[in-house]
Design a protein around this ligand. Sequence first.
Ligand SMILES: Nc1ncnc2c1ncn2[C@@H]1O[C@H](COP(=O)(O)OP(=O)(O)O)[C@@H](O)[C@H]1O
Ligand SMILES: N[C@@H](CCC(=O)OP(=O)(O)O)C(=O)O
Length: 375
Amino acid sequence: MSARSRLAEGRRWVIKVGSSLVTAKGAGLDQDAIADWCTQIARLREAGVQVVLVSSGAVAEGMARLGMRKRPTVLHELQAAAAVGQMGLVRAYEAEFKQHGLKAAQILLTHEDVADRGRYLNARGTLTTLLEFGVVPVVNENDTVATEEIRLGDNDTLGALTANLIQADLLVILTDQEGLFEADPRLDPTARLVSEAPLSDDRLMAMAGTSKGELGRGGMRTKISAAYTAARSGAATVIAHGRKPDVLLRIRAGEPVGTLLIPAQGVMAARKRWIASQLQVRGRLLLDEGAARVLREQGRSLLPVGVRGVEGEFARGDLVACIGPDGREIARGLCNYDADDARRIAGARSDEIVRRLGGPGEPELIHRDNLVVTG
Ligand SMILES: Nc1ncnc2c1ncn2[C@@H]1O[C@H](COP(=O)(O)OP(=O)(O)O)[C@@H](O)[C@H]1O
Ligand SMILES: N[C@@H](CCC(=O)OP(=O)(O)O)C(=O)O
């Protein structure tokens, strides 16, 4: 099966739309374009694809609303523009998704939300719950609180980190070019489009020039870096023109649209490495025979009922090892509870968790998406 036709199998996509597309040449939001992407996303959802949309455009829309002619250079002015513009952005998406009976949700993330382990799990939990509710999360950086030093800065990076967060199959970066050209097309109009390339091809970064649109932050380089970041958790990346008719549906159909960048290693290998490389093992969960078997043989989530003991001190979101009755490691994963709460609910059936915790809790100690079978 070709890498393109495999795109039809994806179940989770992150779609990133750049500032250059969302705004109609500095004159506010391009409603028609937004309507068109929302229609395509609705079709993807009908086809069973869960979509997280990462949309830029808050600053550009805020500039239009505040009558600013140039992008502000003073941080607080930039943040003020983002605060005003974000309102318009989410309003536009909400209205368009509503036409298709879809609900949207606003998620504003900061650097800490993707770097700090506890917050990482929180952001992940919220996003995946929204997807399960059938909602389309619309993500942007929380520009109003992010200071210059801690800003992610461009939404290509944010899109890739979001793909890591939800372990997406595909990151689609929509921009104002057909894809990656062998040289910057603004400088060399004869440059040819790269249709497909493995990320192991070390010429990619050199092809991307330093130029970018008036409104864009990243240019092509951050898009290539984003593809490398997305590949860490096994996602492929497609960079394509956001105004090409039915661009998302054509990507889904496996048509040769834009540039497909393929992770160098297999998806599962990447995912396993992703979890295993996250952190050091902080504790051990001692499993009974039944839990050991379902983890090993069926790759299911670890429920409290199958845990006989908890060793070590760890925080929610830390990496813990799952140990079978024979003392051998079976799996590793990111624990939904800290060590104290894990001890409290060890051995509990699902209907006992709330009573033992004295409040609501998650049904799994480790969700299967956060679990890697190691033995
Ligand atoms: N090799 C390349 N192929 C395509 N575009 C390139 C290349 N090198 C640099 N670019 C520039 O990257 C720009 C897209 O990035 P950017 O302006 O940040 O858009 P966005 O707002 O969509 O993120 C293109 O308009 C183009 O000028
Ligand atoms: N968070 C910013 C977007 C950052 C940005 O400009 O990204 P991009 O245009 O995608 O390179 C905003 O909404 O204006």
